[in-house]
Design a protein around this ligand. Structure first.
Ligand code: MEV
Length: 420
């Protein structure tokens, strides 16, 4: 049976009830349930993930509901420390759902690996030698990963560029690799290092850096969704969202924050699936400057019905195999919930969450403001941070909300009164 990502009032259940709803939808075993609660994960897992491990820090896993992407429903695990993000994504997905949800496409898992050549030979001559050895270069690269080649991936092409530095000029060989369902950093870096002796044997040069590029312009996700004007709050809200977008398009100070809102969604999905959030953030922000000025990664316009159409385009280097995914068991459990079968599908889902997140943020900013949505969780956070225990927490939080004064001092004052 196909999944329905509409779970009305999911937020109103207890944490345990929510976990059980998800568990029954995805046929979880006892082990999966334990992994969700960070139980039974052996210290040795963390010992092999990084060096000098002294412990672990759990983060909340939230489930974004209501997503329909390319006709398929998804419940999306998000890992994030910030309140309101999961609720905002779910709300925007509900609005998009009315007009069919998100449509998205991915250009493929095509990685660019870079080899830096230092030489005094002329560029055209170097280019000619390298080009005429293309077949051999690809063969050597692919000899490092027969498994990937068997899957239809591997090194496919080369490009040669020149980069003028302050110190000298460099010739840069790009190795173009299809990494299929892996993010591919290890696979590509291994290929690049293996190529060094061969490159130095055909060109009179010194090979210096051999590393993939996180400017993943051949791994682009494109997402589109139509947001119903009535559900957004009417014509004026649509107009105001367009002004908000226009502001981000033309002002770097605003664009960075606007794009941060997009990455709130994408990074949370990446953290939930064991992906490299820094690679994705770096690539996304560089892409925001691709036309010469740092600008909005998303675009909004009004269609002939007055509804708002949102677009998002950015590079996403994602994987569903390899790296930390196989080491930490919770990633596998969360990937079960996400129910994606390829890296392409993960990229499409993450891109859609990015657009949803962005729409939710600018809709709130262009109407009631961002603080209203933050209120209840923020009030609870504050109550906990001043030491409220058990029932005190709810009492302090509801009083803060009632007074519309969610401040540290007020929280302390209320707690003191309760304890008297
Ligand atoms: C907060 O984490 C994200 C926002 O600042 C994004 C935005 O301003 O568009 C609300």
């Amino acid at each position: 049976m196909s999944l329905n990502s509409r779970i009305p009032k999911f937020y109103s259940f207890s944490q345990e009830e929510r976990r059980n709803i998800i568990a029954s939808m995805f046929n979880f075993n006892e082990q999966d349930l334990k992994y969700l609660q960070d139980q039974e994960i052996n210290d040795s897992v963390f010992e092999v993930m990084i060096e000098n491990t002294i412990g672990k820090i759990p983060f909340p896993i939230g489930i974004a509901t209501n997503f329909k992407i390319n006709g398929k429903d998804y419940l999306i695990p998000m890992v994030i420390e910030e309140s309101s993000v999961v609720a905002a994504a779910s709300h925007a997905a509900k609005i998009a759902r009315k007009k069919g949800g998100f449509t998205a496409e991915y250009s493929g898992s095509i990685v660019i690996g870079q080899i830096q050549l230092l030489t005094s030979e002329p560029f055209e001559a170097v280019k000619q030698i390298i080009s005429s050895n293309k077949k051999k270069i690809i063969e050597i690269a692919n000899s490092t990963n027969e498994f990937l080649v068997k899957l239809g991936g591997g090194a496919k092409d080369i490009e040669i560029r020149r980069v003028k530095g302050d110190l000298r000029e460099y010739f840069i060989l790009h190795l173009i690799v299809d990494t299929k369902d892996a993010m591919g950093a290890n696979a590509v870096n291994t290929m690049l290092e293996k190529l060094q002796p061969f490159i130095e044997s055909i060109v009179d040069c010194k090979v210096l850096l051999r590393i993939l590029s996180n400017y993943a312009i051949k791994r682009i996700v494109k997402v589109k969704a139509t947001f119903d004007k009535e559900l957004l709050g009417g014509d004026e809200v649509v107009e105001n969202i367009l002004f908000a977008y226009d502001f981000a398009k033309h002002d770097v100070f605003r664009a960075v924050t606007h794009n941060k809102g997009i990455m709130n969604g994408i990074t949370a999905v990446m953290l939930a699936t064991g992906n490299d959030t820094r690679a994705i953030e770096a690539g996304a922000h560089a892409y925001a400057s691709k036309d010469g000025n740092y600008s909005s990664l998303s675009k909004f316009e009004k269609d002939e019905n007055g509804d708002l159409v949102g677009y998002l385009e950015l590079p996403l280097s994602v994987g569903i195999v390899g790296g930390a995914i196989h080491v930490h068991p919770t990633y596998k459990t969360l990937l079960k919930i996400l129910n994606v079968s390829t890296a392409e599908e993960l990229a499409i889902v993450a891109g859609s969450v990015g657009l949803a997140q962005n729409l939710a943020a600018i809709r709130a900013l262009a109407s009631e403001g961002i603080q209203a949505g933050h209120m209840s969780l923020h009030a609870r956070n504050l109550a906990v941070s001043i030491g409220a225990k058990g029932e005190e927490m709810e009492k302090v939080a509801s009083k803060l909300i009632e007074l519309k004064e969610i401040t540290y001092d007020k929280a302390l004052e209320i707690l003191k009164k309760i304890r008297k």
